[in-house]
Write a protein that binds this ligand. Structure first.
Ligand SMILES: Nc1ncnc2c1ncn2[C@@H]1O[C@H](COP(=O)(O)OP(=O)(O)O)[C@@H](O)[C@H]1O
Ligand SMILES: [Mg+2]
Length: 265
C-alpha cells in the first residue's frame, strides 16, 4: 500500500506531541513575544529569471491574530500567491522578518517543512488529492508525515471526514466524488492535523456558485469553532465572506478593512 511506504519514509520525523509547545523545539532566540499568529515585517520577494529580477511583493507588513478569518484579495498578478507561499512556508521571503506562531521562519528547508507540517493546513483550488488513494488515505497522509501510527492516523482521519459529512464515503477514490465533495475531503485533510492556520487558495475557484457557497459556509463554521483562516481570492464577493479583507495590488497591501457583512453573517 502506498501509504505504508510513505509512512516508512517519514517515520524519522518527530512526533509533534513530544515537542514542547508543538513549535518544533524552538529556542528563545528564535521566538517572538507577540500574541500574533502571523507577524510579517517589511517582507519582500524578488524572483530572479535569467539576468532579470522582478519584485513580486514589497514592504508588506502584516499581523494576523488567532481566531481571525481574513481574505487576501486582489487582481491576477497582484502577488497573492507569492504572499500565500510565504505565509504557508512553501517559499521564503527575499527580505524581511516572518514569525509564525512566535517561531522565526528564517531557517533551513527541513526546519521550514517541519513548521509547515505542524502549523498549516492547506486547501487548494484544484483540491490536490492523490487520485490513486482512497479519500481516507488522502486525509490520513499528513498525520503519517507527523509520525502518527497508521492506526491512530486512521481514527483521526475518519473523525475529520465525518466532520465534513463524508463519513460514509471513506473508501471512495477522489474520481468517484463531485467537486464539492472533493473540496470537503481537502478541508478534512487540512483540519486533521489541528493546524494553527488554515490557508485556502481560491477554495471555490473550481466550483459552481451553489457548491462554492457550501464551501464558504464550511469555512465560516470552522472559524466560528475557533480556527484561524486565511483565504486567497481574486473575487471581492467571495472575499466579503471573511471578517477582514486585505487588498493586494502590485505587490503592496493597499487596504486592510473589517468586513461588516462578514462579521454579522
Ligand atoms: N516563480 C516566478 N518567477 C518569476 N515571476 C513570478 C514567479 N511567480 C510569480 N511571478 C510574478 O510575480 C507577480 C505576482 O504573481 P502571483 O503572486 O502569482 O500573483 P497572483 O497570485 O496575485 O496572481 C506576477 O507578475 C508574476 O508574473
Ligand atoms: Mg495566484
Amino acid at each position: 500500500m502506498v501509504v505504508a511506504k510513505v509512512a516508512d519514509k517519514v517515520a524519522v520525523i518527530q512526533n509533534p506531541h513530544l515537542v514542547n509547545n508543538n513549535t518544533g523545539g524552538k529556542s528563545m532566540s528564535e521566538t517572538s513575544n507577540s500574541d500574533y499568529l502571523i507577524e510579517m515585517t517589511n517582507i519582500e520577494k524578488i524572483y530572479k529569471m535569467g539576468g532579470n529580477s522582478f519584485k513580486a511583493i514589497e514592504t508588506v507588513n502584516l499581523t494576523i491574530a488567532k481566531g481571525e478569518y481574513v481574505a487576501i484579495v486582489g487582481p491576477s498578478g497582484a502577488g497573492k500567491s507569492t504572499l500565500m507561499n510565504i505565509i504557508g512556508c512553501l517559499d521564503k521571503a527575499t527580505k524581511g522578518e516572518y514569525f509564525l506562531d512566535g517561531v522565526d521562519t528564517k531557517c533551513n528547508d527541513n526546519k521550514l517543512a517541519e513548521i509547515r507540517n505542524n502549523k498549516i493546513g492547506f486547501i487548494f483550488q484544484n483540491y490536490n488529492l492523490l487520485a490513486k488513494l482512497s479519500i481516507l488515505d488522502n486525509v490520513l497522509l499528513p498525520l503519517l508525515y507527523l509520525g502518527y501510527t497508521n492506526k491512530a492516523a486512521k481514527e483521526k482521519a475518519k473523525i475529520a471526514l465525518e466532520k465534513v459529512g463524508l463519513g460514509n464515503h471513506i473508501k471512495h477514490k477522489p474520481s468517484e466524488l463531485s467537486g464539492g465533495q472533493m473540496q470537503r475531503v481537502a478541508i478534512a485533510r487540512a483540519l486533521v492535523t489541528d493546524p494553527q492556520i488554515i490557508l485556502a487558495d481560491e477554495p471555490t475557484g473550481a466550483l459552481d456558485s451553489k457548491t462554492g457557497k457550501e464551501v464558504l459556509k464550511m469555512l465560516e463554521d470552522l472559524n466560528n469553532d475557533g480556527n484561524t483562516i486565511v483565504m486567497i481570492t481574486h473575487d471581492r464577493e467571495i472575499a466579503s465572506h471573511a471578517k477582514r479583507m486585505i487588498t493586494v495590488r502590485d505587490g503592496h497591501i493597499t487596504s486592510d478593512e473589517i468586513n461588516e457583512k462578514g462579521v454579522t453573517a
